[in-house]
Design a protein around this ligand. Sequence first.
Ligand SMILES: CC(C)(COP(=O)(O)OP(=O)(O)OC[C@H]1O[C@@H](n2cnc3c(N)ncnc32)[C@H](O)[C@@H]1OP(=O)(O)O)[C@@H](O)C(=O)NCCC(=O)NCCS
Length: 338
Amino acid sequence: MNIGAVPGAAPAILRRSAAAPANARERAQATALVQAVLRAEEGSVVAEQPAIWSAGATGDLRVRRDGGQIAAAAAIVARDAVTPRGRIRLGLIGCVATSPDARGRGHGRALLEICEDDLRAAGCAAALLWADVPEFYSRCGYEACGAEVVLTIPKVDLPDLRACALYRPSYLGALECLRLAKPAHSERPRSESACHFGSPGAVVAVHRSPSGTINGYAALGRGSDFIGTIHEWAGTPEVVLTLVAFLQKQLELSETFLVTSVYDEPLGTFLQNAGVKPVLGPLGMAKALDPAALAAIATPAVGSDDSTLLRSVLGEPVAPLCTGTVPLYPHLSGFDSI
Ligand SMILES: CC(C)(COP(=O)(O)OP(=O)(O)OC[C@H]1O[C@@H](n2cnc3c(N)ncnc32)[C@H](O)[C@@H]1OP(=O)(O)O)[C@@H](O)C(=O)NCCC(=O)NCCS
């Protein structure tokens, strides 16, 4: 099932926009604003967000100007999310920052509208973001929706962890094959994955079979986010559990959080049988951009307002594990979030 004009695996390219940084100076100003507002203490947005700042990035910045200055900036990327029931092009929004002395004057709201217009033009059916300030996004029409499962795994003691090793760039091809074979994944460019797997704060472990084939991996942390959390992984339940034990040993963790999509049933069932209780939460906050594209996969019984349609596509936070009847549950890993 395809929605709208999603063209297979081709990366979604953002069109030129008057709200993109006009030149290198504006780009540097916008980057400095995002860095100062969101990473004042530590970390580098440029290193942590290859979707926006790496060579060949498919994402871009958008700015809100006021009196010759940049009052607010944000990052956007259009990304196709694949699920067993179909695919959906989502517009990711992140790194939203208004200069401290320009807040409360509508710049943030206007900037989101700019981002939404440009993402709609890139064929995105909905905008999706992960909010530190949900109240702001609620005021701008976003609702919590979608679903992901979080499992809290206590200390795993396994005697033999020799199959596990830390990531090396030569493993990239194998990891991408595993990632793209997952029932729910995003179609991010391989070059971006290369940046993510070696990015600051990310610890990526791989598992090799006796013949040397890489048959699983687990990525924990990203910049200052996802502390103690495996937010991207692949492999059989037994392989993933071995990777969890390896990462716990490497990082001296007494427990680990592991985020999965609702389609990762084998691991969820395996861990539930081992006594780990899954917690279902929303995927993020979202807003319909193209109700017609959403309606194309909504069930006829669904009402016609945007928010109802959106829920039918991205799912009620509590619905999927109970019923599994909602058509599509896209999943994006922590590396995809901007
Ligand atoms: C959150 C932020 C982007 C808002 O920018 P802004 O330019 O001040 O926002 P606006 O003036 O456009 O506000 C739009 C609406 O959101 C509300 N709002 C703004 N910030 C809010 C907050 N922190 N909490 C609750 N509501 C907020 C405003 O009251 C306004 O509501 P209304 O017009 O419906 O009455 C800005 O405060 C910021 O840069 N914060 C630090 C970085 C950050 O947390 N970014 C978000 C990362 S997910």
